[in-house]
Write a protein that binds this ligand. Sequence first.
Ligand code: IMP
Length: 432
Amino acid sequence: MPVIVVVGGQWGDEGKGRVVDLLAQKAQVVARYSAGNNAGHTVVNELGEFKLHLVPAGIFYPDKVCVIGNGLVIDPPVLLAEIEELQSRGVSVQGRLFLSDRAQVLMPWHPIIERMDEELRGKAAIETTGRGVGPAFVDKVGRAGVRVADLMDKESLLELLSFLVPYKNATLEKLYGAEPLSTERVHAEYADYGSRLAPFVTDTAALVQEAMGRGDTVLLEGAQGSLLDLDAGTYEYVTSSVPSSLAGGAGIGIGIGPTKIDSVLGVYKAYSTRVGAGPMPTELTDETGTLLREGGPRPEYGATTGRPRRCGWFDAVAARYTARLNGVTAIALTRLDVLDPLPTIKVCTEYQLEGERTDSLPASRGMLARATPIYEELAGWQQDTSATRRFKDLPENARAYVRRIEELLDAPVHLVSVGPERDQAISIKPIL
Ligand code: IMP
């Protein structure tokens, strides 16, 4: 049975949660492999609307096993609150939600450092989600992190914090002039989180490998988008996830080898959005941009911070670049219905850059900022597609739009979504 990676192809918020929620019906295991609660998924189902930041979207099916892999940074109070909220709204998690003992723990100094660092950057601020996730990954790489397994052992946690808290206090006080933290208080708080999280903690790599051995279908759920990736993305306006949020990070963030991954589903929104600073060549600041942001049934505001998303036309240069980097084998195209009212729809197929046309994404931040999109114009359909369930029933121009995206990305579109409800989707070819 297949192991499939679901990865965002743009700047995040492509609708991965919604797609995973749909696909999870046919899977046994759903596992998150990267990032932390900087990510946010909105899932709408018969129980209402949920915003998930750490728990995989498969949790809404009572028979699915959900895994938070070693690649994540988890903020214990956020995860505990998410678990409580799910339980209070009738979603069981006991015995089927598992947290890796190797996942990193977000510590109280991380959001402080992030806030101060953004202030110091001034105009060059990244406009992060402010959750402390970036500094937590910096500490992971800097070998100054705390892992979930450390929370399980009070004595060794005290030993670790006896070094780490003064070490971090030196940065807080000397670099940022901030108040120091107390080792005893941090220890008491995090040891308590450890006891409350203990029922969920296990060696999740072994758990996923066993499930694969039984022939289970496993969905590996990415967070954020490829253009926010540290290597591939629009550096330095990217997120600090290690392993990468690209499909290539999935095996590492879960604990399986690359030969075990069968396919990669790239999730792309039918237009572009971005939250936070950084270049976005097809951004629209006119009324069409406003229509894209406000016009759909779920307006475009960040699931984590509530910030308005920057909106623009589909950027096929950037999308083809990420389709290749991820080795996308199939595409899920989301929010097609948002384009319903438009008389014409533009797709960026090349950039004009320093007097030349190019169809590749420049690495240089300055060049990307100066790139002007060259658009192809397609006729709109100006018809409501939200109730359509078969590809052949979509208006002809909508089908032409989907087919053009397939051509430009050189990968087949298997699924189109036309609204936030679970059933507002058109399956063109089966994914699982
Ligand atoms: P950080 O991940 O909080 O460090 O933020 C770095 C950049 O990534 C900022 O531009 C954020 O807005 C963006 N970002 C982080 N997580 C998400 C996400 O889940 N969706 C969209 N943008 C995100």
